[in-house]
Structures are given as C-alpha cells and as structure tokens.
Design a protein around this ligand. Sequence first.
Ligand code: HEC
Length: 157
Amino acid sequence: MRDNEKKPKQISAREVDPNVPLSRTPIKMMGITLVLVIIASIAVLSKTDRRSIKAYINIPELGETQMQGREIFNRVCAECHGVDGTGDTKIGPPLMHPYHRKEALSDERFLKVVRQGTPEDKWKYGHMPAQINVSDEDAKKILSFFNALRAVNKLGE
Ligand code: HEC
C-alpha cells in the first residue's frame, strides 16, 4: 500500500494550474488565423484592378499611314496594351478605354507618353517605360491609327 500512496496521479495541466497561459488556448489561435485570412483577402482584393481587361472595338478602314501605325503598335505596344489596344494583358491597360478618350488624352500627351513613359497613375499595372525604340515619326503614325480607332469607338471628340 505504501507504493500506491507515493505514485503521482496523472492529471491534466489545467487541473494542476488554473493559470495556464491564455496564449496556448485555441481561441487565440483562431483569432490569429482569422486576422491572417483578413489580411490575405485585403491583399487579393487590392490587386483586382490589375486583372486583364478586354475591350471590344470596331476597326475602321485604314489609310496607308494608319496601317503602318497599326503594324508598329501591334509590334511594340500590344505586349502591354493588347492587340489594337484592346487590353487583355496583365501588364498594361487597354488603350481603347474612356480614360483615353480624346477629351482626356490629348495628342500631345499621347506623344509625350510614348517618348517619356509615364508613372503608375490611373491603373495598377506599374509604370510605362519610355519607348526609346519608337521614333517621333513612328509615334505619329501610331497616333494616327489610335485616333482612327477612337473616332469609330465613341472615344473621339
Ligand atoms: C511594358 C509595358 C508597356 C508598353 C510596351 C507600352 N505601354 Fe503604354 N502604358 C503602360 C502602362 C502600365 C500604362 C498605365 C500607366 C498608368 O497607371 O496610368 C500605360 C499607359 C499608356 C497610355 C495612357 C497614358 C495616360 O496619360 O493615361 C498611353 C497613351 C500609352 N500607354 C501608349 C503606349 C504606346 C503607343 C505604346 C507603344 C509605342 C506603349 N504604350 C507601350 C505600359 C506599357
């Protein structure tokens, strides 16, 4: 019988010490998980503007210069702005968009953006690098094509 008296009873920590730190409780873990989920959701939602947006447009009959402009555009700019400026990429906005209607984006501004690039501003795709391989002459051809597109897609004056 003496042996039995000395054997320590196996009991859970809670019964021994009612002050077990609260940090170990499931409630706190759930709280932390919840906060992480909320942070992750905000991170995802704040990026939604960076999705690819596709514009559906009409292509007018093009003159010689405009056709050359289209060819240069689709070779140089379409990577970011989509074929004929219709977007559908994750690295640049569609150019066929009300933000870029003639009233909001002048010809001068267009040429300046091609020459100098532009910082992230209206969109969330990052900045546009200066198009150093596009000559002023080529930029004007692109502009001529762009304006022909704007005219038939309700983005003209
Ligand atoms: C590497 C990707 C990339 C390339 C290549 C590129 N752009 Fe851009 N462009 C952008 C991004 C990103 C923006 C949006 C900037 C912002 O947040 O307003 C933009 C914006 C623009 C705008 C709108 C500027 C404004 O003031 O709202 C025009 C016009 C434009 N680009 C024309 C062109 C033309 C023309 C070419 C080809 C010669 C071209 N881009 C090539 C990424 C690019």
